[in-house]
Write a protein that binds this ligand. Structure first.
Ligand code: SIN
Ligand code: CO
Length: 394
């Protein structure tokens, strides 16, 4: 990308991260003109169509006037698909392009004022004039960056699970759209939308939009997945127990004290912060495409040698990394989450974790100080073996 900006202040149109998070995030939309001034997309519609031919890549085409209204086609596509598309009113959408293009992944650098484990992907759409996926709402926050051409964005009402939808087997298109505002976005402009706000983007010219989408587990997911996780550590012998209960006067009646015992059982199991952190870190770092994590075995000596020979290691864009402090019995430590797994590490490795999670590249200069630290070197070798770190010349 020709124009990297380091501070959120710029990508947020002069608003500080604090003000954005206080006044807009999850609350209301924000239009930011020239969030990335003179933005030049590193890929065009043909590159995106090329990606949609690949098996690994999730892609869709929405045709407003197809064989049925709002026809949805799923990729992978072939050349024939593109030869038969009409001149107007269709959109190609490709999911998680950041996983396949380092140039696209670079845009995520602008969002470092938000936790990286909240970021889902960069979805890119290419549309011809009139192309749109219809008025709809999403359950997640999104930053819509206009990358090429012009798109008109209309925003509308706040929706919920009772909002009426058109009858459609796959798409969730709103039955009614109560427009409150509209803007035409030019390359470099960006629109932030909070979850559940109705929106409708219509291409004015051939146009490309990058959607930086965020992930938040639904409450139902949190409850079911966390309960499953906790249950894995509980033996069958551990059960609801009512030792010392008072005699019942009506054998069919469930008393308050019975429910209180149940509440105590749940509280005991669900209130463990360390367990909660472990589950959350693992869950939020699960990679989207685990098959793209391919590592290679390397001993500490081989790693040192390769760094001395000038090797550079970078994070695999598929890897999801996060960490936190954790209190063990006597001492504090850190827990490092790597693509759905976790491991406890000594606290002094925080500086190394920061490097692994944030540095542009790992090389002799920034790793040499760790060569004599066995725990640090083992960690680095494991990250390489597991595919989270990869050599730049691989
Ligand atoms: C699009 O890029 O066409 C649709 C993105 C969205 O509305 O979420
Ligand atoms: Co949307």
């Amino acid at each position: 990308m020709s124009n990297t900006i380091d501070t959120p202040l710029e990508i947020l149109g002069g608003i500080s991260a604090e003000v954005f998070l206080r006044d807009y995030w999850q609350k209301k939309p924000l239009l930011i003109r020239q969030a990335i001034p003179d933005f030049v997309s590193p890929l065009d519609g043909n590159d995106l169509a090329g990606l949609s031919l690949e098996d690994m890549v999730e892609s869709r085409i929405v045709l407003e006037h197809g064989e049925t209204p709002w026809q949805l086609k799923h990729g992978p596509f072939d050349d024939e698909t593109y030869n038969t598309l009409p001149e107007r009113d269709w959109t190609l959408l490709v999911q998680a392009v950041d996983q396949f293009s380092p140039d696209v992944a670079e845009v995520l650098e602008h969002f470092k004022f938000l936790p990286n484990w909240r970021i889902d992907d960069v979805m890119i759409s290419f549309a011809v004039p009139g192309g749109s996926v219809g008025p709809h709402y999403d359950n997640y926050d999104v930053f819509l960056l206009q990358a090429e051409g012009q798109r008109q964005w209309k925003i509308g009402q706040m929706c919920d699970n009772e909002s009426l939808l058109l009858k459609h087997p796959d798409l969730r298109i709103l039955d009614s759209f109560e427009q409150t505002d509209e803007w035409t976005l030019e390359p470099g402009d960006m629109l932030y939308l909070p979850p559940r706000l109705a929106h409708w983007g219509i291409a004015q010219t051939d146009c490309m939009t990058w959607s930086v989408g965020f992930r938040a587990p639904s409450t139902a997911e949190v409850v079911t997945h966390y309960a499953d996780f906790v249950a894995r550590f509980l033996p069958d012998e551990q059960r609801y127990s009512d030792a010392g209960m008072s005699p019942v006067s009506n054998p069919s009646y469930i008393r308050t004290e019975d429910i209180q015992r149940l509440r105590a059982l749940l509280n005991e199991q669900l209130n463990d912060d360390r367990m909660l952190l472990t589950w959350f870190g693992q869950y939020m770092t699960e990679p989207r495409y685990p098959d793209l994590l391919v590592g290679s075995e390397l001993s500490t000596e081989e790693l040192i040698q390769s760094l001395e020979d000038g090797a550079l290691f970078t994070r695999n864009p598929t890897a999801r990394l996060a960490w936190s402090h954790i209190q063990l019995d006597q001492e504090s430590a850190v827990v490092f989450f790597v693509s759905g797994n976790s491991r406890i590490l000594s606290e002094h490795l925080v500086v190394l974790l920061d490097l692994v999670c944030c540095a542009d590249a790992l090389h002799l200069d920034n790793l040499q100080a760790w060569f004599s630290d066995a725990e640090a070197m083992t960690l680095l070798c494991e990250l390489i073996k597991q595919g989270s770190l990869e050599s730049l010349d691989e």
